[in-house]
Design a protein around this ligand. Sequence first.
Ligand SMILES: [Ca+2]
Ligand SMILES: [Ca+2]
Length: 258
Amino acid sequence: MKFKSPVPFLFVASLFALAACGGGSGSSSSSKQNENAELQEDNDQGIYRAVLTPVNKKLVANTTGTIEVRIDGDEVVIESTVAGAPSGVKHFQNIMTSSECPTEASDANGDGVVDIMEGSASFGKILVPLDSNISDQLLGNDFGPIANGAGAYVYRKSTSFAQLMADLNAEDPDKEDFFAKLSPTETLRLSKRVVVVHGVSRNSDLPATVATLGDAAADQLIPIACGKLVKVHSEDTTTADAARSETSSETTTGARFL
Ligand SMILES: [Ca+2]
Ligand SMILES: [Ca+2]
């Protein structure tokens, strides 16, 4: 996923243009006090789950699934379970900086496809690529899980929360590319993020107007599903954990995430 190209410069410019049009769609004016209170309460610990809904239904009708992030002390585990994705295709998946999923209305140039640039007006830039190395934003990002013959894939990676945050709070080496870091003191705030899954078949008949990034083929970066991360309430977790321990009483506690 070589997203370091001259193209993102244009992207930044167009984002600015879109922002200038006024994000009229809702909750932009939450007070600063609320924001601060949220920041203080939010130490990022907990379980966050995104339920995926399709994007670009005309290309891929029914990609569904969940992506779950568990932060428990210093352990971070990220799991995806996805179905209905194009089979034999590598699917990049990323936690994004913003909190909105694109809709059909996001197809700004009206070519019938919401491409990555158009989608970015909703989901922002890439914050955490769910790739082969979730400890480092840029390492391992050529990796994406490949859907099997039935269009399904599972993905699971873990890392140290301290390591993940040290990387995300470090200085952004290139402010004009498609990856964005957090500010040095910013928390993850996963409940303000969406997760996006990309990738249609190489044989898709895409209009020439579909944008891509760097040297990635357009088909690799078409968004096919998106979901907003939502914090799972502790009551639900207790129930889920109880059910889990009932069904796997032989498993040692340490094997919970294996
Ligand atoms: Ca379009
Ligand atoms: Ca990475």
